[in-house]
Design a protein around this ligand. Structure first.
Ligand SMILES: Cc1cc2nc3c(=O)[nH]c(=O)nc-3n(C[C@H](O)[C@H](O)[C@H](O)COP(=O)(O)OP(=O)(O)OC[C@H]3O[C@@H](n4cnc5c(N)ncnc54)[C@H](O)[C@@H]3O)c2cc1C
Length: 484
């Protein structure tokens, strides 16, 4: 009997380990593996008109694809790379190569779900069966104690109900080998930055890590941070840092593209707890992975509401759409050093600490009063770990239109500076023009007389807003929108 020919469509699951569709397909016989370079992902964003795929993230993606192709070839398989929308590419290939089954992982996000529906319809039209899997969360969907549509709105309620299930499902067994179907078919060239119209980003020596895309580099980071350097032991104490490679795991870029699965990370945490230590830090990394789960499920539950200006709660805040202010924010020229330092790091490296993300998101929405979706789209363009659920979910939350029951919350810059950058080291790293100022004023250069700043050669913009007055005005606008 001719073995059944199955195809695996790779999306944001660029790995060969712990991969349900690949394992299932390999168990049946010869496999075709495909990645589609979808032009829609290279377009401009909906609200701010920004390029959706910036150079840092693009480079990480290309490295991840190269590594996936290597990984598949080592197993005896091949990765076909094709240009075009998957709903066109996949049925055409199915007809050409004669598959009877297509397997893939589902994603969240309205566009992603729309593409899935189009692929399902197109495959049905060519008589090909579709089998889907889910790997975006630690806790499998069918193990949740509630329907996705009933996901608790508040994180703590969610966490309390799922926490015990976090390590319940181990990673899947490795695929031992693959038989490439149609080895005669041209695999197609991997995309390049030039093809995307992008230049190679200039490496910045101040970057927290020289991130490299791909499952091989992801597993190496897991090994180095968790085992070799033993950083997990103190993660709870270090995780709010902003400088250096190791204050947090930096797993997010690999998790976002699926070079690592959350299950793989959780399995290592479990092994670490069994072999080294189990403490509040080991617990906390699982806790953060559950935040990730939570945003995936919230995105799935709320669909298009996640992309509305009024957010999940439908709060009609009159967001401003002031281009000049937005550009000063994007380029780190707001005149507020802690905000600018973080935005310059993002611009130069494609990464930003969680603390930094919260500070700049609060500033954009609670001080500048700008449409939070512009900020989210800037992050989409720049962050190498961009993930639509984590990004829009966190932004919505930061803007006060997400599922946060705690009212108008903002990050007080002076408090943040005193707590997380007391000596100004972070600010001086990214805003070196402020280095001549003393530690007592480096976070508030506007308090130094202009003449003194000029004498010291400090060329730095005046604050774009008065911190206290702008928060008060935006609070009033938010409260009026909520109806308080
Ligand atoms: C405005 C804003 C936008 C964000 N956008 C993204 C995004 O596009 N992609 C993304 O992966 N994370 C996003 N985050 C969440 C978080 O900042 C990053 O996951 C984290 O900083 C990545 O660094 P790390 O891997 O060292 O994290 P660690 O502290 O080591 O945490 C481990 C993992 O837990 C997950 N995680 C941690 N915090 C969160 C969180 N708040 N929400 C969801 N998952 C979390 C991530 O997968 C992370 O890799 C955003 C946060 C904010 C405030």
């Amino acid at each position: 009997m001719t073995p059944r020919l199955a195809a695996v469509w790779f999306r944001r699951d660029l790995r060969v380990l712990d991969h349900g569709p690949l394992l299932a397909a390999a168990r049946q016989g010869p496999v075709v593996c495909v990645y589609c370079v979808d032009p829609r992902e290279l377009g401009v964003s909906r609200e701010a008109g920004l390029p959706r795929l910036g150079a840092h993230r693009a480079r990480f993606l290309l490295e991840s694809l190269a590594d996936l192709r290597d990984g598949l070839r080592r197993l005896g398989g091949e990765l076909l790379v094709r240009r075009g929308g998957p709903e066109h590419v996949l049925p055409a290939l199915a007809r050409q190569l004669g598959w009877s089954q297509l397997l893939f992982h589902r994603l969240v996000g309205t566009e992603e779900e729309q593409v899935e529906r189009a692929v399902e319809a197109a495959m049905a039209a060519v008589g090909c069966q579709v089998v889907t899997c889910w790997d975006r969360t630690l806790v499998p969907l069918d193990a949740l104690p509630f329907a996705v549509s009933a996901t608790p709105e508040v994180f703590t309620s969610f966490r309390e109900r799922v926490e015990a299930l976090a390590g319940a499902v181990p990673p899947l067994p490795a695929v031992p080998s693959l038989v490439a179907a149609h080895p005669e078919v041209d695999p197609g060239p991997l995309p390049t930055l030039a093809e995307f119209g992008l230049d190679e980003p200039t490496p910045d020596p101040r970057a927290v890590l020289p991130f490299r895309g791909g499952a091989t580099a992801g597993r190496a980071r897991l090994q180095a941070w968790l085992w070799d350097q033993d950083r997990l032991r103190h993660y709870k104490q270090t995780r709010n840092g902003m400088i250096g490679a190791d204050y947090s795991s930096k797993f997010s870029p690999w998790l976002a593209l699926g070079c690592l699965s959350a299950r793989q990370v959780q399995a290592e945490i479990g092994r670490y707890e069994a072999e080294r230590v189990r403490n509040e830090s080991t617990y906390w990394l699982t806790f953060e992975l559950l935040w990730r789960d939570y945003f995936q499920l919230i995105a799935r539950k709320h669909g298009a509401r996640l992309f509305a200006a009024s957010g999940l709660r439908g709060i009609a805040v009159p967001w401003r759409r002031d281009r000049a202010a937005f550009e000063r924010w994007c380029t780190g020229r707001t005149g507020i050093p802690l905000v600018d330092a973080n935005l310059r790091e993002l611009l130069a490296t494609g990464f930003l600490s969680n603390r930094g993300r919260q500070i700049v998101a609060s500033f954009l929405t609670k001080n500048l009063g700008l449409d939070w979706r512009w900020g989210a789209e800037w992050f989409e363009s720049r962050l190498i770990d961009h993930d639509v659920a984590a990004n829009h979910g966190n932004w919505c939350y930061a803007a006060g239109v997400g599922n946060d029951a705690r009212g108008f919350r903002y990050f007080d810059i002076a408090v943040q500076a005193a707590k997380y950058d007391r000596d100004g080291d972070y600010v001086k790293l990214w805003c070196p023009e402020l280095a001549p100022l003393g530690n007592d004023v480096v976070h508030a250069p506007w308090t130094v007389p202009l003449g003194t700043r000029q004498r010291l050669g400090v060329d730095y913009p005046d604050p774009i807003v008065d911190l206290a007055a702008s928060v008060a005005a935006n609070r009033r606008a938010w409260e009026a929108a909520v109806g308080r």
